[in-house]
Design a protein around this ligand. Structure first.
Ligand code: HEM
Length: 410
């Protein structure tokens, strides 16, 4: 059965031949994993009216389709991200995308992270840990993860005159703005205020990076001659996508270790690396659970396992990375946090041409500095027994809302 796509922000009518599956948005936000497991087993490609999109939930389907950019396009002309933040490289394909990525990527590539950024992350970790030393209590989300992620993103972007609290607030406000499918004017207005503040922060730094170029993304993009509106859009992309994921990975991985003492012991005894802890945490609870695509042309997809699905041009598809990372076809006991497992097939950072440009920076910040720094310098904390149990939220972006801990110091 085929339905026509309705004009409007959320498409509630199916256009692909995928089966229709209804979800409860509230419980999906609270914990998407049981629903995603059912989808992988019974309807791995399905249209979800509450999300207005066809979801791909199996790892191999996502891996194949994400690389087919001629059909599964990142170019989404009327999309909220373009409208609110400007059209950045994550919303471009082909040469247009390659040209910008070619400038952006070398500034934070694995070799640049090793030769330059890693030492900077070590310095910032020292500073943030210094503020916690001697304290008996902390919320690891606000006091550690948000601060460290924000300080790192300040130097990566070049927006060094702002605070890490600004960085976190602007990032969240833009994320809310681009998910504002209901068109709430208050959310849109807040997003406009955040993007205006980012433009002001860019303007403040421009004369300096023009006079004295540095290693930051702002400086590198400006020095390349990239038009300023593209520079601005890519800085906004970096803020919307580079703050909350390292933050959630830092706080979430610490929580995962504290709630799995056997796994923590493996890390503390050096039986597994902190890097492996980071990779397994992000497999288990992917900080980015979804990335959207637009179907560029009518297309029939034939999965390895399952009936063909016919997609119609202009429909919206969600690549469910969080589900891919729990795919039983690739991971035994996929719902278990197991730091010894092979995380190789996971799609934490996506796949194909839009593979996360900040992957090396995140691995270094979290796996080389934030996790070992906390446990080795401050000692192992315990979850604060007086606090509410830690809650997680979100399915497109997912992380702990707060992680109150205490150190028993004598
Ligand atoms: C744990 C941390 C992070 C995770 C899990 C993550 C995840 C992702 C994912 C899944 C994508 C691919 C989206 C797609 O295929 O459509 C992506 C893209 C991207 N990420 Fe990250 N990210 C992280 C941190 C960062 C950081 C710190 C930065 C920058 C400083 C960054 C910059 C980007 C950029 C620029 C893209 C778009 C690349 C392109 O279109 O070519 N990310 N990220």
């Amino acid at each position: 059965m085929s339905f026509r796509l309705r004009a409007g922000a959320v498409h509630t009518e199916c256009v692909s031949s995928a089966p229709l599956v209804s979800i409860n948005p509230e419980s999906f936000r609270a914990d998407p994993y049981p629903t995603l497991a059912r989808m992988r087993a019974e309807t791995p490609i399905c249209f979800v009216p509450e999300l207005g999109a066809t979801l791909l939930t199996r790892r191999d389907d996502i891996h194949t389709c994400e690389k087919n950019v001629a059909v599964f396009s990142s170019d989404q002309p009327g999309g909220l991200m373009n409208v609110l933040m400007g059209r950045n490289m994550m919303r471009k394909d082909g040469d247009e995308h390659r040209r910008e990525r070619f400038v952006y990527y070398p500034a934070i590539s694995p070799s640049k992270v090793k030769s330059y950024w890693s030492a900077e992350f070590a310095r910032l970790t020292d500073v943030v840990i210094g503020r916690l030393s001697g304290r008996r209590n902390a919320d690891l989300v606000t006091d550690y993860a948000t601060a460290l992620s924000g300080e790192a993103l300040k130097i990566l972007t070049g927006l060094t005159t702002i605070t890490h609290a600004d960085m976190d607030a602007w990032s969240q406000t833009m994320i809310d703005g681009i998910a504002n499918y209901g068109g709430d004017p208050a959310i849109e207005a807040r997003c406009h205020r955040a993007t205006a503040a980012i433009d002001a922060a860019i303007d403040e730094r421009l004369p300096e990076v023009e006079a004295r170029p540095d290693a930051s993304l702002l400086s590198v993009m400006v020095a390349s001659g990239m038009p300023l509106d593209q520079v601005r859009a890519n800085i906004k992309l970096t803020i919307s996508g580079g703050q909350n994921e390292p933050r959630d990975a830092i706080a979430g991985a610490v929580w995962a270790l504290l709630t799995h003492p056997d796994q923590l012991a493996l890390a503390l005894d050096g039986m597994v690396s902190w890097q492996q802890v980071f990779e397994e945490y992000c497999r288990w609870i992917a900080p980015i659970g979804m990335s959207p695509r637009r179907i560029a042309t009518d297309f029939v997809f034939e999965p390895d396992d399952g009936p063909p699905v016919r997609f119609e041009a202009e429909e919206r598809v969600f690549l469910m990375f969080g589900s891919a990372n729990r795919d039983e076809r690739h991971f035994d006991h996929a719902d278990l946090f197991d730091v010894t497992r092979d995380t190789g097939p996971s799609l934490t950072f996506g796949a194909g041409p839009h593979f996360c440009a900040g992957a090396a920076a995140s691995r270094s910040l979290v796996g080389d500095h934030a996790l070992p720094g906390l446990f080795e310098r401050l000692g192992t904390p315990s979850l604060d027994p007086r606090a509410e149990p830690v809650r997680f939220g979100g399915w497109a972006f997912r992380g702990p809302l707060s992680v109150p801990v205490r150190w028993d110091r004598t």
